[in-house]
Design a protein around this ligand. Structure first.
Ligand code: F6P
Length: 329
C-alpha cells in the first residue's frame, strides 16, 4: 500500500474481471457515483483486463449506472484474460491506460483479478485499488466478498428444495457447490440447510467413514440425507458413486453450478458492494495505491495491502467442522 501525495487524480477507470458475482453492478454504481461526486472523470473498462489490452473503454456518468443496483452479472461484462498474464499483454494494457489519461483504477473481482491488479502496481504509476467481488469468499483480509451472501442463499434455496424430494423418496442426495479451492459456500449453505455432512477442501475427510455414517443413519431410521460437497473437496459424482457402491443405498446427485453465480444480489451484498466501492474511490482520490478494501470482523470497511490479499488462503473458522458434524445429528 503506498501513497503518492503530490500527483492529483483526475480520471479513474473501473473494471470487473474473472467470475461474475452478484453485487458487482452495485459496486460499479458506487464507484462511478463516488468518482463523479469527487469531481473525477470516470470510464468503464469492458471485459476486465481483456478490455484494457484491447482498448475497450467507455465513458460513465451518473445515469449510466441507473437501475443496476439490483441486477446480477456485470454491465461492464467480464472475462478471464490470458493476454494480460503475459508481459506483452500488460504492456498493451498500460499503453491503453496512458492513452486515455487514466490515473486510477478500481479492479473488482477475485484472486485472479487481484493478481492482475498487483502486477500493474509494480509496472506503472496508475493508482490501483482492489474490490473483492467473488462468490467464493476466499480473499484474505476481508470477512466477506461481494456475491458470497447471494450465492449462499441461492445454494440454500436449492438445498431446501432438494430436502423436500429427498424426504419424500427417502433418498440420499449429494449436492455439489462451487467455491474453487475454498469451502465457504459449502459450509455456510450446509450449516444453514442442516446438511447431514459437509465436505470441504480445508478439512480432511475419509470416504470410508462417510459411507459408514450413511449406513448408520439408515440403521437409525434416518432414510433421507443431504451431503454438501465443495467442488474443491471432491467431485459430487464420485461421492455419490462411492456411497452407492459401498452401501448399496442409492444416492442422487445435483451439481448446482452456475446457478450460484446469477440472480439478484441480496441486501447484504448490495450494501457491502456500495460501501466497498465508495471507499475504493476515496482511497484513490487520496493518492493511495496497491491496496484492497474489505470488511473487518467488526463490520467496518478497511483498507490493507493488496500484497496481503494475494498471499495465501482464507481459512474456515477452526471449530466449524465440529459444529457441522455434531448438529447434523
Ligand atoms: O470464482 C468463481 C467461480 O464461480 C468458482 O466458484 C468456480 O470454480 C469458477 O468460478 C468457475 O469458473 P468459470 O466461469 O471459468 O467456469
Amino acid at each position: 500500500m503506498s501513497e503518492r501525495r503530490n500527483a492529483s487524480v483526475r480520471k479513474i477507470g473501473v473494471l470487473t474481471s474473472g467470475g461474475d458475482a452478484p453485487g458487482m453492478n452495485a459496486a460499479l454504481r458506487a464507484v462511478v457515483r463516488t468518482g463523479i461526486g469527487l469531481g473525477l472523470e470516470v470510464v468503464g473498462i469492458e471485459r476486465g483486463f481483456h478490455g484494457l489490452v484491447y482498448d475497450q473503454i467507455r465513458p460513465m456518468d451518473a445515469r449510466s449506472v441507473s437501475g443496476i443496483i439490483y441486477l446480477g452479472g456485470t454491465i461492464l461484462r467480464t472475462a478471464r484474460s490470458q493476454e494480460f498474464r503475459t508481459a506483452e499483454g500488460r504492456q498493451r494494457a498500460i499503453e491503453t491506460l496512458k492513452r486515455h489519461g487514466i490515473d486510477g483504477l478500481v479492479a473488482i473481482g477475485g484472486d485472479g483479478t487481484y493478481c492482475g491488479a498487483a502486477a500493474l502496481v509494480g509496472e506503472c504509476d496508475v493508482r490501483v485499488i482492489g474490490v473483492p467481488g467473488t462468490i467464493d469468499n476466499d480473499i484474505p483480509g476481508t470477512l466477506y466478498t461481494i456475491g458470497f451472501d447471494t450465492a449462499v442463499n441461492t445454494a440454500l434455496e436449492c438445498i431446501d428444495r432438494i430436502r423436500d424430494t429427498s424426504e419424500a423418496h427417502e433418498r440420499v442426495f449429494v449436492v455439489e457447490v462451487m467455491g474453487r479451492e475454498a469451502g465457504f459456500i459449502a459450509m455456510e449453505s450446509g450449516l444453514a440447510g442442516g446438511a447431514e455432512a459437509v465436505l470441504v477442501p480445508e478439512l480432511p475427510f475419509d470416504m470410508g467413514e462417510l459411507c459408514a455414517r450413511v449406513r448408520s443413519w439408515q440403521e437409525r431410521g434416518k432414510k433421507s440425507s443431504i451431503i454438501v460437497v465443495a467442488e474443491g473437496a471432491a467431485r459430487g459424482e464420485d461421492v455419490a458413486r462411492c456411497i452407492e457402491q459401498s452401501t448399496g443405498i442409492s444416492a442422487r446427485l445435483t451439481v448446482l453450478g452456475y446457478i450460484q453465480r446469477g440472480g439478484r444480489p441480496t441486501a447484504r451484498d448490495r450494501s457491502l458492494a456500495t460501501r466497498l466501492g465508495y471507499t475504493a474511490v476515496k482511497l484513490i482520490a487520496e493518492g493511495q495505491s496497491g491496496a484492497a478494501v474489505g470488511i473487518s470482523e467488526g463490520e467496518d470497511v478497511r483498507a490493507y495491502p493488496l500484497a496481503h490479499a494475494v498471499s495465501g488462503k482464507r481459512v474456515l473458522p477452526p471449530d466449524i467442522g465440529d459444529v457441522a458434524r455434531i448438529t447434523a445429528g
